[in-house]
Design a protein around this ligand. Sequence first.
Ligand SMILES: [Zn+2]
Ligand SMILES: [Zn+2]
Length: 336
Amino acid sequence: MKAVVYEGPRQVSVKDVPDARIERPTDVLVRITSTNICGSDLHMYEGRTDFEPGRWFGHENLGQVVEVGDGVDKVQVGDYVVLPFNISCGHCKNCERQLTNYCLTAQPEPKLAGAAYGFADMGPWAGGHAELLRVPWGDFNCLRLGEDAEERQSDHVMLADIFPTGYHATEMAGVQPGDETVIYGAGPVGLMAALSATLRGASKVMIVDRHPDRLRLAESIGAIAIDDSKVDPVQAVLEETTGLGADNGCECVGYQAHEPDGQEQANLTMNRLVGSVRFTGRIGNVGVFVPQDPGAGDELAKQGQLAFDYGLCWFKASTSAAAKRRSRSTTGNCAT
Ligand SMILES: [Zn+2]
Ligand SMILES: [Zn+2]
């Protein structure tokens, strides 16, 4: 089969690789028909992770089942399925608590938890930027789609990561009906967080970015666009909220946050969120942060550390919940 193989920083090429195949009775084999390029893929593509050359990306996958193992009961050949990017067994200690993004079985490295298709430090699993994908624990990991699956696959493929990740940011931020919510980052995940905040009944959704196309899209779903290349976003949020700050906020940018001139500053969005959210407000963080970032420009960031405004965060009794993106469960893994 063909796959888009990672060869080193900023280098990928389409190559012939061994076909994905059924390896265990619980596997399902999927012919990929839609797959996205994620912001997480770009961190890996740019060489800002330890993703190994020779592997391929692709964790946002949708396709048609072409073969099932003997131990698969529900999923059938011919089904269109979308695959939540977190691979999980469904029966370990964490999966039983719905923390499927921290599955202990799918991650062979004992110091880690959680697995994903074609992802640095998330197990050995191949990605879906290829013609075929092996899906382990197929009955648990395949979400079967309805009759409109083929025709609406570009909508359904959003369920692999982007939409539930955006939704999860609002879950961790505790968005309630009537809330005023701010979102940093108007990429696909930030836009889905804005849409999710609206679905949860937020009365005002503000979104901070500097790309005019993204800001226009944000406005088209009813959010107030704040252009941080033109105004101080913290000040703009305070003005929109009678000086109190937003009830809650979502971080949808991650460790490669940067100023409009391109200067990276990993603590930029977290500190702006602390400034933007009211006393006792909550922050949900789904942007990617990593324990080591050798490609970072400063010493702290190389060690995965931030100069975080902890004093102000403590003083305001803000709560912050962070998690690798997840598709099914709903609670944060660390709270300050
Ligand atoms: Zn993704
Ligand atoms: Zn598990």
